[in-house]
Design a protein around this ligand. Structure first.
Ligand code: ASP
Ligand code: MG
Length: 457
């Protein structure tokens, strides 16, 4: 049996955290395959370097080196440190070459290459720490493993089939020999062998890709929170940890607001029926949240309420647009040129409305302006709205659920600006003004997650 264990930036961010993680891995009964993020702060540092270069090259190298060597020195004895430095210097040489290569910096994928560097060093430290604790371990980069990726700069996707074939050749033999592979998260390699990152926070997705490719028995995402919660604990102090959810619920929540997991993590494991556990590396005795195909029936109407803030609604009016689907297609095509995420769409006879992130509004408007004037009569933008995502059992098939939910919205004196119901049976999503979103969540949580009926906030 094999378990993929993924550790995030804070879980590998200090000598103490690395020691805790080493114990967690050593206690694993199945054969572990480890995937790790960069140490916390390192990817942000690399992103800022990309903006500063070529200025300050020497300082960047010195700071990056010190950050990693200092941590390793606190975990390894002199002999182990000497071994570590051999591997470290090889990777450091590649890092320096990358910073100094004027040609490389003109490549549209240069930022992918630069920001993927953090994972190469965190995995090295973790692998050597495991060896110091008596395990057999090897640090492997995505290049070593053959994690194949395709797509545009900074937003790659894995090629699951190719990756499966490569990992069977390159990683499986280590597991058969009882060696623990520690693999870089966050990026794969393109056809030309150069890195392509999976978007910020993408190490969770990497771990799911590795789990899929190696057909493992379990994926564990070790992070710094207890698991999925019934609401954001910053807003709802008595939010409850969710013990069990199905893949669809976890995907909706991750996509629409809960920041526990990268939303793309679910699909590669769902495809192969691999259960996923989200756990807190700072509290390894806690069971976390288990995500799988089926779960027990819930007692409460709602399992969780998430909000996504800083959104805007763009409403486009055009006579009888409903009779001109080709016009809707042209509008969507324009918006899609910018690769923006559309969180919701709703149409009427003469309008079509899109819910998008507020940061994307400006570029969408300039794209829409390139449509022929006959296509559009008017465009309106409503800023400062939030999407509320209520997740529960059979929301579509149970009679009266929307009535109950919107009664709670009324109690918060919030106007519903847009609704998306019916697209998924596990969630009911609607848009309210940002100023009311917290009140809506508080009331929904109190009434339908906790099941308390007293009035007021
Ligand atoms: N280190 C990358 C980031 O900070 C990937 C990850 O942490 O998941 O975005
Ligand atoms: Mg993360």
């Amino acid at each position: 049996m094999i378990t993929v264990m993924k550790f995030g930036g804070t879980s590998v961010g200090s000598p103490e955290a690395l020691q805790r993680v080493t114990r967690i891995i050593m206690n694993e009964k199945n054969s572990p395959v480890v995937v790790a993020s960069a140490m916390s702060g390192v990817t942000n540092f690399l992103v800022s370097c990309a903006e500063r270069l070529p200025v300050n090259r020497e300082n960047i190298i010195a700071e990056f080196r010190k950050k990693h060597v200092d941590v390793a020195a606190q975990l390894l004895n002199d002999e182990q440190m000497a071994e570590f430095m051999k591997d470290f210097n090889v990777r450091m040489r590649d890092f320096k070459n990358l910073l100094e290569d004027e040609n490389a910096s003109k490549d549209p994928f240069y930022k992918d290459n630069l920001t993927s560097q953090g994972e190469r060093f965190s995995t090295l430290i973790l692998s050597h720490t495991l060896r110091a604790a008596g395990a057999k371990s090897v640090a492997l980069t995505s290049e070593d493993c053959g994690i194949c990726a395709e797509g545009r700069p900074l937003s790659g996707s894995a090629d699951l089939q190719k990756t499966e074939a490569m990992m069977a050749l390159k990683v499986k033999p280590y597991i058969d020999d009882g060696v623990i592979p520690v693999i870089t998260g966050f990026y794969g390699i393109k056809g030309d062998g150069l890195p392509l990152t999976f978007g910020r926070g993408g190490s969770d997705y990497s771990a799911a890709v590795v789990a899929n490719a190696m057909n493992v028995d379990l994926l564990e995402i070790w992070t710094d929170v207890d698991g999925f919660m019934s609401a954001d604990p910053h807003i709802i102090p008595d939010a409850i940890k969710i013990d069990e959810m199905n893949f669809g619920e976890a995907a909706e929540l991750a996509y629409f607001g809960a920041k526990v997991l990268h939303p793309r993590t679910i699909e590669p494991v769902r495809m192969k029926h691999i259960p996923l556990n989200v756990r807190n590396s700072f509290k390894p005795e806690e069971p976390g949240t288990t995500i799988h195909h089926l779960r027990k029936q819930m007692e409460s109407m709602l399992m969780s309420v998430a909000i996504k803030t800083d959104l805007s609604i763009i409403t486009i009016s055009s006579a009888e647009i409903a009779y001109h689907p080709e016009m809707v297609a042209r509008i969507i095509e324009k918006i899609a040129e910018n690769e923006v995420v559309i969180y919701s769409i709703s149409t009427s006879l003469s309008t079509v409305a899109f819910l998008v992130h507020s940061n994307d509004v400006k570029s969408i408007l300039s794209k829409l302006n390139t449509l022929s004037p006959g296509d559009i009569e008017r465009i309106e933008v409503k800023n400062d709205v939030a999407l509320v995502c209520a997740v529960g059992d059979n929301l579509l098939s149970k009679c009266g659920v929307s009535g109950d939910i919107f009664a709670a919205v009324k109690e918060a004196k919030a106007n519903v600006e847009m609704i998306s119901e019916g697209a998924s049976d596990v969630s009911l999503n609607f848009v309210v003004p940002m100023s009311k979103a917290t009140d809506v969540v508080k009331i929904l949580h109190r009434k339908y997650v906790r099941g308390e009926s007293n009035e007021g906030l």
